[in-house]
Design a protein around this ligand. Sequence first.
Ligand code: HEM
Length: 267
Amino acid sequence: MPVAVDASIALVRLPVWPLSYYEGIRGQAFLANRFRQLLGGKRAREMPDLFSKLCHVTSEDGEAFTDEEVVNHMVFVMMAAHDTSTSTLSTAIYHLAKHPQWQERLREKSMALSDDLSLEELERLEEHTWVMDESLRLHPPLPFMPRVTVQGTEFGGYRIPPGVLAGFAPLVVHRDPRHWTRPDAFDPERFSEDRAEHKSHPHAFSPFGGGRHLCVGKRFGQLEIRSTLHQMLRKIRWSVPEDYEMPFRFMPIGKPRDGLPLRVEAI
Ligand code: HEM
């Protein structure tokens, strides 16, 4: 999947080896073929998983997705669901390594609970949520969401004609000093009820997008991240050298350039 995502921003869009676009097309074809192989089984019997649901869902008029539509949705979800969650986890793990006092604070909470948490208990992990949100603020997995204006509009005193690329960039908004105190600092408590900096504007904090295309997997992704952190905190302690600064690649989906080397010890 990563090669297919990288190809989305390739400047030279020719499927010619050794260009990244070539690797991306191959990666996409590999995934699509795999889903095509599984399609028959999913069509045959309805199961609770998304792949199966997409095969069986119909509109009010009885319309269903074609095989290719189901396959394309599945390839998209691999990127939308997987790469975004791993990106968030990587940055949360980095910040917890850089700020061991926060790692211990969260570990204390996790140790006081059982190993296997219910969905409600996961949602009540307040400080884990602050750390997750602060990681999403500083390193939004999708730093820029491109759009094209369908009609002319005006924004911030500028007239924007129809058919123009006009994106929304959480990366910029998330560090806007009009909404955040010391915007470049890792400070999870800014999400606490007392401070609630994320509520300073309806879109000040938008790692999951907004409007009609708001992430459909938002809640699932948040639960997945809280749950993984909870398990990691209970089982391992991790660190980075004091002077380590994670080299980060923001586009097309944020990730540490060096694979984030960590020192890990069992608890
Ligand atoms: C931390 C994890 C995640 C982040 C940061 C994230 C972020 C986003 C963002 C910013 C968008 C809007 C893109 C745009 O407007 O152009 C989006 C859309 C979407 N996300 Fe997520 N996402 C995450 C997890 C997930 C998961 C776990 C799933 C599925 C299980 C998922 C499925 C989708 C889908 C299907 C869309 C397209 C919605 C539409 O266009 O109507 N995402 N996501």
